[in-house]
Design a protein around this ligand. Structure first.
Ligand SMILES: [Zn+2]
Length: 251
């Protein structure tokens, strides 16, 4: 046991001296840490994805319907900035509430309740674009870093501690369900509108969606019905901000 502890200590020291060296070489540091963080995000994403599909009922839609959905999704992913470093995926789960959510590394989920509620491809695109924006702006990973600390996250990742990584995955799921905070939501709205418009869907579509929801559910007094409301800032404020965004440049 003593020998093992010794070996671990030596490994830790080498890691620390490597990190110290990496810090003194800016070029190396940047790419080293970017790669490390990206791999960590993928590992966390995969673990949290597995915990969701183990708990919720994944739905296989008829082929034509799935193709329509994937087509909308792909158009949006193609215009986001992390399209090359991540493999985005879309999963439909059986759940009546009007909701969608995103896990780190690009795992996007939609509830069947949302699919039934939207009245057009553009409305669905607006909600999906918001979720893609959460991944694009790393809101899930940032929330996790705040909660656990980057040092501890990396330690678990580098030790390849399977069981702890599963726990981190579960934590990432919980953070998703709690929402990422007001500013992150406004940012996801901003980027979401940009992505949807770049992909060819006008923002009026997502505005129609929000207006209809507010009209029908009163803007969030009943969070049990609508998780989208319970975890997000006041809808009236979101609508106002979306309307005030500058037009998306076309090229
Ligand atoms: Zn959100």
């Amino acid at each position: 046991m003593k020998v093992r502890r010794h070996v671990k200590l030596i490994l830790l020291c080498s890691l620390l001296s490597f990190l110290a060296l990496a810090f003194s070489l800016p070029g190396l540091t940047a790419s080293f840490f970017t790669d490390l963080e990206l791999n960590l995000e993928k590992e966390v994403g995969r673990n949290s994805y597995e915990s969701i599909v183990a708990e919720m009922k994944v739905v296989t839609l008829p082929e034509a319907e799935m193709e329509r959905l994937n087509n909308i999704f792909d158009r949006l992913v193609r215009v986001c900035s992390r399209r090359k470093e991540l493999e985005f995926s879309l999963t439909v789960v059986e759940e009546d509430s009007v909701n969608a959510f995103a896990l780190p590394a690009g795992y996007i989920f939609v509830h069947t309740g949302l699919l039934a509620y939207v009245e057009s491809d553009g409305e669905l695109a607006g909600v999906l674009a918001h979720e893609i924006a959460h991944v694009d702006r790393k809101h899930g990973m940032n929330a996790l870093k705040r909660q656990v600390g980057m040092g501890l996250l990396l330690q678990i990742f580098l030790k390849d501690a399977g069981e702890q990584l599963v726990k981190i995955g579960n934590l990432a799921v919980n953070l998703t369900q709690l929402g990422y905070g007001r500013e992150a939501e406004y940012e996801a709205d901003r980027y979401g509108v940009y992505f949807m418009e770049k992909a060819g869907y006008p923002r009026t579509e997502i505005l129609n969606f929000w207006h209809r929801l507010v009209g029908e559910y009163g803007g969030g007094e009943n969070p049990a019905i609508l998780q989208l409301f319970s975890t997000h800032p006041p809808t009236s404020e979101r609508i106002k901000r979306i309307q005030a965004l500058p037009p998306t440049p076309t090229q």
